[in-house]
Design a protein around this ligand. Structure first.
Ligand SMILES: *Cc1c(COP(=O)(O)O)cnc(C)c1O
Length: 352
């Protein structure tokens, strides 16, 4: 097998922090000081100073009373939904929610109801009919479409019906709301009934996740969330690297500005080429190809042109909406975006 270098448009490293030398050095220093592994779960002896500091810094950044680290976003969602809702409760989910939210609802053994994508009138009907405590969960930025949940409406609905609102901000944290995430972008507080889940493996460029919320929410998770209690704590060096990322993303506004510049440029140039853009305004820019075969053919043609964009096919997305899921980054240059659009125009024109 030969090696070829491809220009990638499929990483979630939106701000280009994953390979930043200062983040790498923080990881190295952290490993020298604390070793590679944490050695145990948080509650036994795995919880180290870097975890503690990172939790405080995350809480301060997103404006919550507290934050709690989890090893992955998948486990964080599982922890929140299985813990906050009693078994006789109801989980209400947007149909396009991330798989981890859907799996979490299933594991909770609560009743699960799914509403059509962003159909909040339907959601309210479901809330009125539920005769037990409800938890509404949503992606803030939908992972395969890049469009946004209407968090103001969801927050108002959840508050009116005394329901929990779990916001999965995997693709908004670090990017939207000056980096503070989608709730901050909507001037909504991470407090009371509102719980934020942010991941660290995307815009922050490291690994892991956190849940932010009130003292009561976090205490409940510490006491009861099995995906927090029964698993090894993140390596402390990863927490150190993440602290550096968190500082850089606050200090270096140019990263979010450059990301916005390449998003705007991509949309403008793709529109000029009549490519099938969606309404997404975020770094996730899908182009709908139709059949799985067509999406694959386009992806292969791009690869021939030295560009890596995977085809996302059913069951990850609904049948007939197989797509090229393009993600943009602060490290893309305007010239690279032009190269992408030129290759896409050729590939879409030539695909059967
Ligand atoms: C990536 C992702 C997750 C899972 O996060 P991991 O840390 O990778 O487990 C959860 N929700 C959404 C919307 C995601 O995109």
């Amino acid at each position: 097998m030969g090696h070829r270098t491809l220009l990638s448009f499929c990483s979630n490293d939106y701000l280009g922090l994953a390979a930043d030398h200062r983040v790498i050095e923080a990881l190295q220093r952290g490993a020298e000081q604390y070793g590679v592994g944490s050695g145990a779960s948080h509650l036994v002896s795995g919880h180290c100073t870097p975890h503690h500091r990172l939790e405080q810094e995350l809480a301060e950044f997103v404006g919550s009373e507290r934050a709690l680290l989890f090893s992955t976003g998948y486990m964080a969602n599982l922890g929140v939904i299985t813990t906050l809702l009693p078994r006789q409760g109801t989980v209400l989910e947007d149909k396009l929610n991330h798989a981890s939210l859907l799996d979490a609802a299933r594991c909770s053994r609560a009743r699960v109801q799914r509403f059509r994508h962003r159909d909040y009138a339907r959601l309210e009907k479901m809330m009125q009919q539920a005769n037990a405590e409800c938890l509404v969960s949503t992606d803030a930025v939908f992972s395969m479409d890049g469009d946004l949940a209407d968090l103001k409406t969801l927050h108002a609905l959840a508050t009116r019906h005394s329901a929990w609102l779990l916001v999965d901000d995997a693709h908004g944290f670090g990017v939207l709301g000056d980096g503070r995430g989608s709730l901050a972008a909507n001037a909504l507080a991470v407090a009371d009934n509102t719980v934020l889940m942010g991941t660290l493996g995307k815009a922050l460029g490291t690994f892991g996740a956190f849940v932010a919320g009130s003292v009561e929410v976090i205490e409940t998770l510490v006491q009861q969330a099995r995906t927090y209690i029964y698993t090894t704590a993140l390596p402390p060096a990863v927490a150190e690297a993440t602290r550096t990322s968190l500082r850089l993303l606050q200090q270096e506004d140019w990263r979010r500005q450059q990301l916005q510049t390449v998003i705007d440029l991509f949309r403008q140039r793709a529109a000029e080429q009549a490519l099938p853009l969606t309404e997404s305004t975020t770094a996730i820019q899908p182009l709908i190809a139709g059949s799985a075969e067509r999406a694959l053919a386009i992806s292969r043609a791009l690869e021939q042109d030295g560009i890596l964009v995977p085809a996302i096919r059913p069951p990850t997305v609904p049948t007939g909406s197989a797509r090229l899921r393009i993600t943009l980054s602060a490290l893309h240059s305007e010239q690279q975006v032009q190269q992408l659009v030129d290759a896409l125009a050729r590939a879409f024109a030539e695909a059967p």
